[in-house]
Design a protein around this ligand. Sequence first.
Ligand SMILES: *Cc1c(COP(=O)(O)O)cnc(C)c1O
Length: 373
Amino acid sequence: MNAPEPKPWIMAIDPYKPGRSTTDSGAKAVKLSSNENPLGTSPAARQAFASAAHSLERYPDASGTELRDAIAAIHGLDPARIIYGNGSDEVLHLAAGAFAGPGDEVIYVNYGFTVYPIATRRVGATPVVAPDRDYATDVDAILACVTERTKIIFIANPNNPTGTYAPRAEIERLHAGLPGHVLLVLDHAYAEYIEGSDDDGGMALAKTASNVLVTRTFSKMFGLAAERIGWGYAAEPIIEAMHRIRLPFSITIAGTAAALAALGDTGFVEHTRAHNAEWRRWFAGEIAKLGNAGIRAVPSQANFVLVLFEGELTAEAAYKGLMDAGYIVRWLPGQGLPHGLRITIGTEDDNRGVIAALRRMSGAGAGVEADAG
Ligand SMILES: *Cc1c(COP(=O)(O)O)cnc(C)c1O
């Protein structure tokens, strides 16, 4: 063959499919397909972003000092041990790039985040999928997959697209069962949405263990998905290796300014957290009322709910019906969930509208009952 040939492991990648933002008919619709913040972003972040228009000719600070210092101050971390990237997606890719390659194995769970197989195959490593337990992370199943060739385990906690959460004791048990050569990556994209003050203990592990990387993002709770800023925390040798392959200017001046302002606006974060907790509870309660129609919600600790259609109304029909009603959600046949819709928690109007449409389609009636809840 007389043409450049891509690497076979690159051609084995199933390209990432983002949440849709347009409907089949082109009619305007509410986008509940990418877990974005329905309340927007902090006004302070908007303002900081706008003022960055004055320095478009400048390169950003290649060491991200201001951002690392601000994150470190808020979370009580060592700024030297913070990596950052173009979204936490880039940080996940850096971990794969620095710690896995051809012949190595990378473990993630069935119904895991779709970036993990891409990051794994990109570096020529072999994906190993651990079975789930009723859609949730199963620590024993993961431990059973670990071999001498295992280099990385990717876990999103809470997980996307299932919304399930592995509690602290489980994460600690997983870490305790791992050989030291395995890097445990705990993807905390939705950590801010967990109910209660507890987290999964990931950051505490990252502070002390030599093989734990926690990743965080400004895309979800902080409402800055457009600006692509994520970060990670781990032992210094892990971070140092990742910095070697990081693009020197992966985050922008405007994005950094917005992130710094967003960090300072705790009011916006608290408001988002309270809104999400209230409406996630309401949404799950309304879905529970559709149990007779074979519809159920997987318990979620994130800003979305995975709804399963196991009765007469199929997920595909519900997906199309919701689109006709003006709501774009995520149907997941490509992720082994042809019976599932991932629905982002929206504004009050959005949530009530989605439930009313689902009631209508499932034959439960549109009405009064749903609104009384
Ligand atoms: C949204 C998401 C991310 C982060 O995305 P970035 O915008 O790249 O920071 C990471 N992991 C999971 C599981 C997500 O759902």
